[in-house]
Design a protein around this ligand. Structure first.
Ligand code: PXP
Length: 238
């Protein structure tokens, strides 16, 4: 399993002062230096954390995979086609939300999503749709031509350690197996941390985990290098 480190919250902290520290670019360099497979950033419509200049600087100089999370808007499609990141993860976006809430409803906007995904795939970008672990969303994602889905692990993470954990875990596992039968590659992320991530190894052939908040939170106490290494030890263990 691969690890993509989401560094949005480094930008959140930087933007709190509106100045240059801490540097998103330097944070990404540390993640890559210690062995993370990729860097994930969410360029939100309101630019509340990652800014356009960040993604261009990361794409230009960093020798690693850049995964650009973005909403399915014309503006973002234009940026992606200009930037050409290695991967794009299409997420739902609401202005008032604190973080991405729920997966993308690909099923209800099948035609729009097919049109949105096609130019990105044709440009050589790996496209992933961030969806809930439901068969109808997996099937609809497959029909868009995207090569990947990313399963939303938020419900599993919240249920972890409660009597709902197993139900949420099985949903992820079943959706993964179903997606893989269709030929999709499967990533996962949201709310994963040092305590709950280990069960991702029970899901066959997950490709990549995208993890942000827990790593950046730990980094405040241990330093980023150590926080990334600790997560790598859990993610790469098999
Ligand atoms: N994957 C996607 C698609 C996301 O939107 C997010 C949150 O930005 C993450 C992964 C990482 O979630 P967390 O910060 O909770 O680890």
């Amino acid at each position: 399993m691969l690890l993509g480190v989401n560094i949005d919250h480094v930008a959140t902290l930087r933007n709190a002062r509106g100045e240059e520290e801490p540097s998103v670019y330097d944070a990404a360099k540390i993640c890559v230096k210690v062995g993370a497979n990729g860097i994930t950033t969410h360029l939100r419509e309101d630019r509340r954390h990652i800014k356009d200049a960040d993604v261009y600087a990361l794409k230009k100089d960093l020798k690693c995979r850049l995964n650009l999370e973005m909403a399915a808007t014309d503006e973002m499609q234009k940026i992606a086609l200009d930037l050409l990141p290695h991967a794009c993860c299409i997420v739902p976006e609401k202005r008032q939300e604190v973080t991405t809430e729920g997966g993308l409803d690909v099923f209800s906007q099948q035609k729009r999503m097919i049109e949105f995904v096609k130019p990105l795939v044709n440009a050589g970008i790996e496209v992933s749709l961030f969806i809930d672990a439901e068969e109808k969303q997996v099937e609809a994602s497959y029909k868009t031509g995207a090569q990947f889905i990313e399963l939303h692990t938020g419900s599993y993470s919240q249920a972890f350690g409660t009597d709902k954990e197993e139900i949420e875990f099985q949903k992820l596992k079943n959706a993964t197996i179903f997606a893989q039968k269709l030929g999709l590659n499967v990533n996962a992320g949201h709310g994963l941390n040092y305590i709950n991530v280990h069960r991702m190894h029970e899901i066959p052939n997950l490709h990549e985990l995208n993890i942000g908040h827990s790593i950046i939170s730990r980094a405040i106490f241990t330093g980023l290098e150590c926080a990334v290494k600790d997560m790598m030890n859990l993610v790469y263990k098999n």
